[in-house]
Write a protein that binds this ligand. Sequence first.
Ligand SMILES: NC(=O)c1ccc[n+]([C@@H]2O[C@H](COP(=O)([O-])OP(=O)(O)OC[C@H]3O[C@@H](n4cnc5c(N)ncnc54)[C@H](O)[C@@H]3O)[C@@H](O)[C@H]2O)c1
Length: 289
Amino acid sequence: MATATQVKRYAIVGTGGRIVMFLEPICKDFAEETALVGMCDVNQGRLDYYQNKIQKDHGYDKVPTYLANDFDKMIDETKPDTVIVCTTDQFHHEYIIRALDKGCDVITEKPMTIDHEKCNAIFLAVNRTGKNVRVTFNYRWGPGPSLVKELLQKNTIGEIIHVDMEYLLNTSHGADYFRRWHREKEKSGGLMVHKSTHHFDLVNWWIDAAPQTVFGMGRLAFYGKENAQKRGVDSPYERYLGADTSKDPFALKIEDDKTPKPSISTMKNMMAITEIKTSLETTSPSKTP
Ligand SMILES: NC(=O)c1ccc[n+]([C@@H]2O[C@H](COP(=O)([O-])OP(=O)(O)OC[C@H]3O[C@@H](n4cnc5c(N)ncnc54)[C@H](O)[C@@H]3O)[C@@H](O)[C@H]2O)c1
């Protein structure tokens, strides 16, 4: 871990799949200028996994871990400059606001939050504290979107009076949003919020504008059990590692994923901890504001 006094100190809340995108830059690429000082999650198994992983992969120090109830304690003890929020979407606002009120800046994964009340609460907290919230709209930096921006900045097509954007998700990518918590609107805001936040951001960024009115319409027309049954697809089976998923085109086959995974014993431990922590998930963190 970097020891210089000018290093930027980061703490993380939410150590799931996405957090890898932050761990490697902090613990490896920018290790001279940054320090990971704490990690927080409802799941001690995941915390342990990443604590070990960064020690093993990057020779990093043993970063202190905290369960969600101890988020404030983590801030008090580890004194981060910036808190990275990478939990499931419905908790973003709670951690953003608590981090701001504790004097930290925030980097949050998209979507910033899932409805306008939570959005307003975040804006109020930014105004109250004078601290900064950044949303990681990484899609801007894809080669295609960056090129569009570059061309528009050069005024290549002149004045823009209308934008019509259509974004099609193939079923490989699209199915990702209907397997886990993403499919539950109360957790992700629904696909229009969870995924289209990228697309709305792109358009706003490209034309350097902010919307005055936003509305959305949609329906579940393809995914979900009923739609699958209408298409004649019905392959009920228990969802577990090693199940026969050969008849399910949308199954997520984690055994085919070559990225390192926790050992079976760690996974069992994680599952047990997740069960124990389910009640914590609903009661913690405290319902702010
Ligand atoms: N920018 C992108 O393109 C992109 C891509 C993938 C995910 N994301 C975003 O990253 C975030 C995380 O997604 P993920 O795929 O890692 O999900 P994930 O389910 O793998 O991880 C979420 C983590 O949050 C933890 N968590 C849940 N409730 C919590 C609580 N109350 N307090 C603390 N921790 C809690 C879970 O235990 C889990 O470790 C989401 O907001 C998602 O929208 C962004």
